[in-house]
Ligand binder design. Structure first.
Ligand SMILES: CC/C=C\C/C=C\C/C=C\C/C=C/C(=O)SCCNC(=O)CCNC(=O)[C@H](O)C(C)(C)COP(=O)(O)OP(=O)(O)OC[C@H]1O[C@@H](n2cnc3c(N)ncnc32)[C@H](O)[C@@H]1OP(=O)(O)O
Length: 248
């Protein structure tokens, strides 16, 4: 039926390393150029994790040129996903913090597994960093200004039930039904003529995408100088240590 399934596979936690981001963007571009493909189901092959978000090791202890290169690729992936002409449905089969949530938010419809261990949200403030304005814009577009304001300040990671209530996801289903539900949602969306759906999607999303397009270079510079600060590097160090200690 012209539907591709993209499975994120970057063990152990599907963090979005530079390599992973680049491959993702290229795969998406290929699908976009394949006229037989009308929809993509985005999911994960890592058990219990949709995506741990941006790779912290790409943002910690590197040099400004690396940060700039990394951020350019984050922007690129986001623009491709958010403005895709294809129907994107996410089958969220695991934890989905920060950049993981961003991937899901780019989709036209989000189905999440009903497992309270899985959480989703933009938790940047908990790491001592700030969600960029275009993450924020997409959050506001999805859940409204007040909910986004609160969730962004608190860095809230929502359980599936909470995510459904606030509108971060569209549907919560038993874990073993995430994929079949994503497929049935896709079938419904495929019934809409592409041209009218695409023009409508463009009308809804263009201003948000253009907001980044017109200031991509400045956004790269902001990110690079922000992430290079000693205080921010210290926060990231502490967060990485906390992740390590959780194990021991
Ligand atoms: C003025 C403003 C201007 C510009 C903006 C500036 C800044 C904003 C920049 C960026 C926005 C950031 C977006 C992000 O996405 S940041 C990443 C946020 N992600 C997280 O907080 C998730 C952290 N991870 C977890 O909570 C757990 O790992 C998880 C629930 C995903 C899985 O738990 P599990 O118990 O299964 O595994 P762990 O033992 O915790 O992890 C295994 C292994 O993986 C490493 N790990 C985890 N997450 C990441 C990651 N995101 N990046 C890199 N590495 C990660 C973890 O440390 C473990 O490593 P090791 O100990 O070596 O095995």
């Amino acid at each position: 039926m012209g539907v591709a399934v993209m499975k994120l596979r970057n063990p152990p936690v599907n963090s979005l390393s530079l390599e992973c981001l680049t491959e993702f963007t290229i795969s998406l571009e290929k699908l976009e150029n394949d006229k037989s493909i009308r929809g993509v189901i985005l999911t994960s092959e890592c058990p219990g994790i949709f995506s741990a978000g941006l790779d912290l090791l790409e943002m910690y202890g590197r040099n400004p040129a690396h940060y700039a290169e990394y951020w350019k690729n984050v922007q690129e992936l986001w623009l491709r996903l958010y403005t895709s002409n294809m129907i994107l449905v996410s089958a969220i089969n695991g934890a989905s913090p920060a950049g993981g949530c961003l991937l899901a938010l780019c989709c036209d419809y989000r189905v999440m597994a009903d497992n309270p261990k899985y959480t989703i949200g933009l938790n940047e403030s908990l790491l001592g960093i700030v969600a960029p304005f275009w993450f924020k814009d997409m959050y506001v577009n999805t859940i409204g200004h007040r909910e986004a304001e609160r969730a962004l300040q608190l860095g809230t990671l929502f359980s599936p039930a909470e995510a459904l209530k606030v509108g971060v996801v569209d549907e919560v289903v038993p874990e073993d039904q995430v994929h079949s539900k994503a497929r049935s949602v896709m079938t419904k969306w495929l019934a809409i003529p592409d041209h009218s759906r695409q023009l409508t999607k463009n009308m809804m999303r263009k201003a948000t995408a253009d907001n980044l397009i017109k200031q991509r270079e400045a956004d790269i510079q902001n990110f690079t100088s922000f992430i290079s600060k000693d205080s921010i590097q210290k926060s990231l160090h502490m967060y990485l240590e906390k992740l390590k200690q959780k194990k021991g």
